[in-house]
Design a protein around this ligand. Structure first.
Ligand SMILES: O=C(O)C1=C[C@@H](OP(=O)(O)O)[C@@H](O)[C@H](O)C1
Ligand SMILES: C=C(OP(=O)(O)O)C(=O)O
Length: 448
């Protein structure tokens, strides 16, 4: 769990071409859901390609605490012996979800309609993040919660003994909230309806259907209406977790800003609810192509080929695209600093309640490295200096946020002087092989 260990200061030195193949790890969102749904199925789910990052390992531990048997085998395969919907045992210890918003919010949903009590905590970052967005809808099912002021962890959830299904309009664009409600709905008799005004990543809907639940999705004037029939028997699955587009973003963006680069990132999911960054980069003029386009496990997949792109231009990123690239704004701002003109990013208030306030964290670090940034509550604008013109030379705080740390490491690769972060340890939450992978492409990362 990040934030509990010793900080790892890191420096990224300007480097020559990045080249080769970047095999990024499994998708974090799908990995969490594989373990949780596996634990709620009856029988053995087998998972290959699971992301073995700290966030997901914390979810694996949590599923064991709720009574599922979760095993990592010598060949890297994971199995989950599920206890069935409504079969969770009461954990004997506090559930520590480390740095992971997805982990804690989905697990709270999954246990909230069982007659058990669980207490959740996390690291210093997670314990600052808002949980009322999940406990408010869980209360409608009949679950109770007591946490710290402002709905913060540590927090205890008393699951509903006699849950009722709910109809809930999600007030913020959040796949975590949507998923918490759907997972709670699994053990409520009757139909639970979740409505989202903006489409967010749809892994929960797809995977619930894959596990045999009855789920329908309808686009209406009110928004995307998802209807789940409660109390199914979930059937165990064989899951091959696809590679994470949010991790692919780092070698892709690094290649775009580092002279002479040519990097292939194979097998990346281009599910439209996740692929907004790649569309945006292409609009900016990035030399980013999709090769070998195919369908895998019902999802569009391609090998991404990213080459040095000295002529990128700043653009206004459409607000309605925000949900499909919400975790990629930090690294996009690094590319924006290397483009000509201003990149305007609006409709992104959610960035302020991630592992850090990501607008603030990036603005501080970009400014410390010679880049001008303007910001408001739900927007920010990066004034591009043109390729290779980012001075660098600064040290940035990562605020216990993996994406902030990795974004500044990428910035150093194309800057005029090295860029440092005070703590790269959070990188292990989502991308444990970031250093060897980027080093293998030619990056010069150093623990300092
Ligand atoms: O459901 C998920 O797997 C996720 C949803 C998003 O969070 P929000 O639901 O807070 O937008 C995203 O930022 C996070 O990395 C993963
Ligand atoms: C926001 C993120 O994760 P989480 O909310 O699961 O902590 C992320 O990985 O960028």
């Amino acid at each position: 769990m990040s934030g509990h260990g010793t900080p790892i200061p890191m420096t990224s030195h300007p480097c020559g071409p990045l080249s080769g193949v970047a095999d990024v790890p499994g998708d974090k969102s799908i990995s969490h859901r594989s373990l949780i749904l596996g634990a709620m199925a009856v029988g053995e789910t087998r998972i290959t390609g699971l992301l073995e990052g700290e966030d997901v390992l914390d979810t694996a531990k949590a599923m064991r605490a709720f009574g599922a048997e979760v095993t990592r085998h010598a060949d890297g395969t994971w199995t989950v012996q599920g206890v069935g919907v409504g079969g969770f045992a009461e954990p004997e210890q506090v559930i520590d979800c480390g740095n992971s918003g997805t982990g804690v919010r989905l697990i709270m949903g999954a246990m909230a309609t069982s007659p058990i009590t669980a207490t959740f905590t996390g690291d210093a970052s997670l314990n600052k993040r808002p949980m009322a967005r999940v406990t408010d809808p869980l209360a409608l099912f009949g679950a109770q919660s007591v946490g710290r002021k402002g709905g913060r962890l540590p927090m205890t959830i008393v699951g509903a003994a006699d849950p009722v299904p709910v109809r809930y309009v999600v007030p913020v664009p959040s796949a975590q909230v949507k998923s918490a409600v759907l997972l709670a709905g699994l053990n409520a008799p009757g139909k639970t309806v979740v409505i989202e005004k903006e489409a967010t990543r749809d892994h929960s809907e797809r995977m619930l259907a894959g596990f045999g639940a009855e789920v329908t999705v309808e686009d209406t004037d009110e928004g995307r209406v998802i209807t789940l029939t409660g109390r199914p028997e979930l059937k165990p699955q064989v899951i091959a977790v696809p590679r994470d587009p949010s991790s692919a973003a780092f070698p892709v963006c690094a290649a775009l800003i580092t002279p002479g680069s040519d990097v292939l990132v194979p097998g990346i999911g281009l599910n439209p609810t996740r692929a907004g960054l790649f569309t945006t980069l292409r609009e900016m003029g990035a030399d980013l192509t999709y090769e070998n386009e195919r369908t895998e496990g019902g999802e569009p997949v391609a090998d991404l080929r990213a080459r040095y792109s000295p002529d990128m231009k700043g653009i206004t990123v459409p607000s309605e695209r925000a949900a499909s690239m919400i975790d990629e704004y930090p690294v996009l701002s690094v590319v924006a600093a290397n483009a000509e003109g201003v990149t305007m990013m609006g409709g992104v208030k959610e960035l302020r309640v991630k592992e850090s306030d990501r607008i603030d964290a990036m603005a501080r670090g970009l400014r410390a490295n010679g880049v001008t940034v303007e910001e408001g509550e739900d927007w920010w604008a990066v004034h591009g200096l043109g390729i290779g013109n980012v001075p660098g030379g600064g040290t940035c705080e990562s605020f216990l946020d993996h994406r902030i740390a990795m974004s500044f490491m990428v910035m150093g690769m194309g800057a005029q002087a090295p860029v440092s972060v005070d703590d790269g340890s959070p990188i292990a939450t989502s991308f444990p092989i970031f250093e060897p992978l980027m080093g293998g492409l030619g990056a010069r990362l150093e623990r300092t």
